[in-house]
Design a binder for this molecule. Structure first.
Ligand SMILES: Nc1ncnc2c1ncn2[C@@H]1O[C@H](COP(=O)(O)OP(=O)(O)O)[C@@H](O)[C@H]1O
Ligand SMILES: [Mg+2]
Length: 234
């Protein structure tokens, strides 16, 4: 472009290159134009390419925003009935979206979902709190790198949701204590010790399910089992 006397070619070159215009292409354009028009023509092509790229960016951003909003609505359950028949995967997926930033890039997320699971009667907003607390603990245990596995499946007359991590596990002397209120091994200000207590109360007291832990180092799993049918007392 310098050879042909185009002003500020350095400014235009990246846009043209990104749009797939190479030197041969520019030669062809130069040949088909009256001398003196090349500068203006290239600038015009540059604007058109830039606008097109911006439109694509805006569309992508718009799609991302609307899927985030959908996840936030699903997560918060704001305008939904507090007790209903739910697909557990909806809550797990929206919780993952809400925690994307916290999970970070060093942690691989594996979804091992049984999509044939039936709906279950539940308080979905409260279950989202359970998934949040379990995923938060798993991510914390892995300290920035590892694999977070969300597994779902059928276990007799219950739905099993398992949150697994590749962290250090839980030493035998602490296993009985992790579900106690205010029990935490995290520094003051970081942990409240309430995450698993809340999870226990939501799962066991509110849903008639159970929660347990398989605390192996490198393969720690928190397992939640939820009944497929309504408890008689509900
Ligand atoms: N996935 C996990 N891996 C290892 N330890 C865990 C895991 N989840 C929970 N714990 C242990 O259980 C304790 C209690 O967890 P929780 O009730 O959520 O409180 P907090 O996260 O505020 O400490 C944690 O401090 C930690 O010692
Ligand atoms: Mg916690």
């Amino acid at each position: 472009m310098d050879e042909r006397g185009i002003a500020a070619g350095w400014d235009l070159a990246p846009v043209l290159a990104a749009g797939g215009l190479d030197v041969d292409c520019l030669d062809e354009i130069a040949r088909s134009l009256a001398p003196g028009l090349l500068d203006q023509a290239l600038r015009w092509i540059g604007y058109a390419l830039e606008t097109e790229q911006l439109m694509t960016d805006i569309e992508d951003a718009g799609n991302r925003i609307s899927s985030l909003v959908a996840a936030a609505r699903q997560y918060s359950q704001l305008d939904r009935a507090s007790y209903q028949w739910i697909d557990v995967h909806d809550g797990l997926n929206s919780t993952l979206v809400m925690l994307t930033h916290k999970i970070g890039d060093g942690i691989r997320v594996v979804k091992d979902f049984d999509r044939t699971l039936p709906r279950i009667p539940a308080h979905p907003g409260e279950l989202n709190q359970v998934w949040t607390n379990l995923i938060d603990n798993a991510v914390h245990a892995m300290n920035g790198s590892g694999t977070l596995t969300l597994h779902t499946g059928r276990d007799a007359d219950r739905v099993l949701v398992e949150i697994g991590d590749t962290g250090p596990g839980i030493p035998p002397e602490l296993r009985r204590r992790v579900f106690e209120p205010f029990f935490t091994t995290k520094p003051v200000g970081e942990g409240t010790g309430l995450g698993l207590d809340i999870a226990y109360r939501v799962v066991v007291n509110r849903h008639g399910g159970d929660i347990s832990v398989v605390p192996n180092p490198g393969d720690t799993r928190f397992q939640v089992r939820l009944p497929l049918s309504e408890p008689a007392s509900h």
